[in-house]
Design a protein around this ligand. Sequence first.
Ligand SMILES: Cc1cc2nc3c(=O)[nH]c(=O)nc-3n(C[C@H](O)[C@H](O)[C@H](O)COP(=O)(O)OP(=O)(O)OC[C@H]3O[C@@H](n4cnc5c(N)ncnc54)[C@H](O)[C@@H]3O)c2cc1C
Length: 365
Amino acid sequence: MRVGVVGGGCVGLAVAGDLATAGVEVTLYERGDLGSGASGRAAGICYGAFADPTDAAVATRALERYREWGLLSPCPYVWVARNERDARAVHEQVTEMRALGLDVEAIPPNALGERYPAVETAGLTACAVANDAGTVTPDRVVNHLAERSRTAGATLRTETPVSLADPTTVLMADDETVFDAVVVAAGPATNPLLAAVDIPLALETYRAQVLVTGPVDVSLPSLYDASREFYWRPRNGGLLVGDGAHAVDPEDCDPAADPEFVESALERLRAATGLDPAIAQSWAGPCTATPDRDPLVGPVADGLWVATGWQGHGLMRAPAIGEYLAERLHGTAPTVDAPLAEQFDPTRFGGDEAFHPLGDPTAEW
Ligand SMILES: Cc1cc2nc3c(=O)[nH]c(=O)nc-3n(C[C@H](O)[C@H](O)[C@H](O)COP(=O)(O)OP(=O)(O)OC[C@H]3O[C@@H](n4cnc5c(N)ncnc54)[C@H](O)[C@@H]3O)c2cc1C
């Protein structure tokens, strides 16, 4: 079997590695450098704390593989609320997650403060912690997945932009190759690639932003503030702080963070911790979204497969999604015991749905 993979991010590289390991002849095409899309710009937060059973199963398997590969640094993931509506959501999520057997717990705000004295707990209405979480370094993930793919025999072609002539024919500047199957894991560019073969995809793009601080001399978990809509994770003695997300045209995603984002993220960090660190770096990158916030993973035509629509969770899912796609393409039993084929079916939408990539801001998260 010969498979072409379009996109050299964490998802394309994970699929390529697992297919090659299974003995499939794989060629991966990346228009720039490996990891030059969203993958190299991710924050690197990984957790299995999802209330949906399929999402939880995928994330749990991905964490397991990251651990096996020595890429995951343990770091609890805390999420907090500041109003009654968000507090209700936190408690419901924890109940659902615990019913799935996940190692999560609701803790009173003062207990969070005792565990992490640098967290300002005044104003918090609910807190939960996923103990079984961690962080990865995006560049290390990309390098590991690339090395693993090459070792298993995959050919990785960088600086090679491609398009599709038909579902299984990949067109390069001066050549074309026909495969038994093609997997498009090209992030926001998945849409235009499929449009060339008349397959519409329900996919939108938004731009996420982060900043990295200089050293902070305190112990902190990764934390998502659901009411103030930002997060941080410890990183190299400092903190990486995000979000500042907004809808964007995929072709117009400025990689430099906006000064307004940097100022507002720092302000929220100061209010949440009392810390006022220097800023070392900041950047932005594209994220893909779907109408129901579940990804698009599976076949869209005979021999043509897609994997995109991660809603900001692609890095943490990549090892499980790569494995799943390789198993389906290769015809072996799936490791993850969950209805991925139905839930993530990319053809569950007509492709012409109008939706906002960040969802309804008034909806319960
Ligand atoms: C600021 C930020 C923070 C994030 N934080 C996290 C996080 O903490 N945890 C998490 O799980 N996720 C996070 N994400 C999301 C995560 O980065 C993505 O979900 C993930 O990287 C998607 O991987 P991918 O391989 O699908 O896409 P990408 O990494 O975007 O890879 C797609 C690749 O396809 C290539 N390509 C496109 N068109 C073509 C073509 N025509 N020919 C050849 N190649 C092509 C691109 O160059 C690109 O390299 C974050 C994203 C951003 C921007």
